[in-house]
Design a protein around this ligand. Sequence first.
Ligand SMILES: Nc1ncnc2c1ncn2[C@@H]1O[C@H](COP(=O)(O)OP(=O)(O)O[C@H]2O[C@H](CO)[C@@H](O)[C@H](O)[C@H]2O)[C@@H](O)[C@H]1O
Length: 816
Amino acid sequence: MASLGSLPFTIEAKTETSLFVLSKNYHRSFCSLKPQNQRPAEGLSFLGDKMILRCGKLPKPMQARAAISDSSGQRSDDPDEAIQATIEKSKKVLAMQQQLLEQIAERKKLVSSIKSTSVDSTEKQDSNEQMDGLFPSPDFPSRNDEISVDVLNGSSLSVSNGNVAVRKQLDAVPSSSSRPSDEDDEKQVVDLKKKIYSADPKDQLKGSSKTTYSDILADPKDQLKGSSKTKFSEFLPDPKDQLKGSSKTKSSDILQDSEDQLKGSSKKNSSDFVPAFLSSKSSHSSVKEGKDRQPSEPTLKDDSDTVETAGVDVKPPPLAGVNVMNIVIVAAECAPWSKTGGLGDVAGSLPKALARRGHRVMVIVPRYANYAGLQDTGVRKRYKVHGQDYEVSYFQTYVDGVDFVFIDNSMFHNREQNIYGGDRLEILKRMVLFCKAAIEVPWYVPCGGVCYGDGNLVFVANDWHTALLPVYLKAYYRDNGIMKFTRSILVIHNIAHQGRGPVDDFYHVDLPEHYMDHFKLYDPIGGEHFNIFAAGLKTADRVVTVSHGYAWELKTSEGGWGLHGIINEIDWKMMGIVNGIDSKEWSPEYDVHLTSDGYTNYSLETLQTGKPQCKAALQKELGLPIREDVPLIGFIGRLDQQKGVDIIAEAIPWMVGQDVQLVMLGTGRQDLEQMLRDFENKHRDKVRGWVGFSIKMAHRITAGIDILLMPSRFEPCGLNQLYAMNYGTIPVVHRVGGLRDTVIPFDPFNESGYGWTFDSAEANKLIHALGNCLLTYREYKKSWEGLQIRGMTQDLSWDHAAEKYEEVLVAAKYQW
Ligand SMILES: Nc1ncnc2c1ncn2[C@@H]1O[C@H](COP(=O)(O)OP(=O)(O)O[C@H]2O[C@H](CO)[C@@H](O)[C@H](O)[C@H]2O)[C@@H](O)[C@H]1O
């Protein structure tokens, strides 16, 4: 029998798992159930001023008893009688609990005996499900049911079972006097309340339910782990949510998110004081949603598994922690389905890194071709483009934790070789339709059975092609009180392309007249014109560009291409984040293009044999003399003014005077393509000009060459130099934009750096840098090897960049 000091009584009840003491203070206002060691009993949790004891559904007779006493509702004015009555009721509660615990223990034995006969984990789960079916009796406890004892606000006993809630007033003393007399109790209450208010109360409730139930059933040693389990369950969504979620495919349900947001301001409950995403339905369920799902196969796991797998199968919380969001990346191209350059790479790989951090991530891209492996979602919608109706449908797949949604309309068909082709108004029409449709995908297109909805949602638009999206989000939705909390980020990959046209183009984008000013821009060359990028930059909540160097250059009249004025104005919302690389796709160790034709995969350990083998294979494939000692130089990129291929052309007479080989892969301007062919014809023993777009060759060249040239006039980030360094290939680059950020110049005194840089886009500067590079290649083998190793051991993955993106997304979210 435990003594509670000054308390007038103690009641002891020994259960299978712990000793509970029911205490009551002099004011009759505090009723607590706690084990003797003063820690909250396993199975107890606190919600606000209410202490909740989860012990399963009451057996029917008990429900009846509780209901009877509830309906009687008598309270004596005599304090002693009231105390006596309370004691009696409390005894009943303890008896009920003991009975329940015994039942639970019995069930546990039965479950484990059946499970021990199961063969694999799948069967385990099945048997669990069957076990649930074995106990359909209403007498058997269910973890959804709870007994709650109101701790602070006038103690009341509440027994609830789904829709059935039996509430019994135990005491009518006003809440002001309802305080625990014990300091420890108070601390526990405060600690737990802190916990509750730092997370969604609903989730907390779910979490505690899971923990309690499994802890009651678990071995005592598992109980010791209980606290950490509780933490995880705060982050992990309840599988039941998914079950609920899967039916949430009606647009009315989806639109509810917006409606809730609209109502939100008038609601005055605790969730008003926690960030919206903590109380958002979508955020938590989405994390799970994005995890282990196979294409269009929602994971609706029976959470009865919690009982047996608690402490074993618990997943860690998402890296993004409380910042998890629903992120929708919208781009005109996305590798591996469509790619003309770096944007395709980014749209294919950044989302995966964001998903790895725990976000629910979707990419929306036009369906240019009949790609294999996509599912038609069956959803059809109509959008007006310049007065004409267009129907779009949506295809979908799920890869590496990311939902890829393809918008289909005949406008996009057969464009994969010419994504940005056609006349100005044709492209404009495509992009208007694409952006209008993309913005409503989270409402209408179920991914894994569940639409994203617009709660806790952020769009990431890319370049001018999708710069209309932030404008539409504002003009059509947020200005009208819809998607009020949805945010948009616009990423600048290349400011040189802006979606310019005559001012009258405005009438093709279907916007209210007063939006005209966002698009109008004056520039000394084009005069007053219509500029889509300008409007996107002004209306996006945040702007990102793909390196720090480029973020700075954009503010200058040389680097801003007419938009520097706007960029300077929006400086407060702009950030440079250096791109990463897809370290699976672009890894010499796993590169699928290095597995045949004499190429080989290699790693840091096999660099000295693997890379020369790739070099020999490349020389062979190109028909160049196979020589290990000759430096093999490469260029990969669009053949245009930006990439500085003409600077290489100017340097070629010097190059061919050296003992080197040169391979150039690219497509673009016809005059430059012809130039490549001419060089090859003129210097067949040393130069190869491969005109075309070949991803396989891009990989093989990156692996086989020794030196990569990037004399870009401007380079927002540049991916090829990153790929090169990851393959032990040394970059020689014009120090500009992202090249300046990523290629630290070689310092022979300190044996540091990754390559060579030159400070202006001129042939003689290129020759000077390349000359030093060749000297090191020939004369300083150790330094060369050091350069290779440093390049290959950098962390070039998207993980760091994804974390930075997350900061921007969160900043946008809390920005009004
Ligand atoms: N002929 C060819 N055959 C096969 N593959 C080819 C190819 N020509 C180019 N590629 C590939 O296309 C990609 C080009 O990426 P970049 O980042 O170098 O340039 P891009 O200017 O397109 O991108 C813009 O966006 C990206 C992403 O933000 C920025 O890094 C960059 O600075 C900015 O100009 C690389 O994956 C490259 O291998």
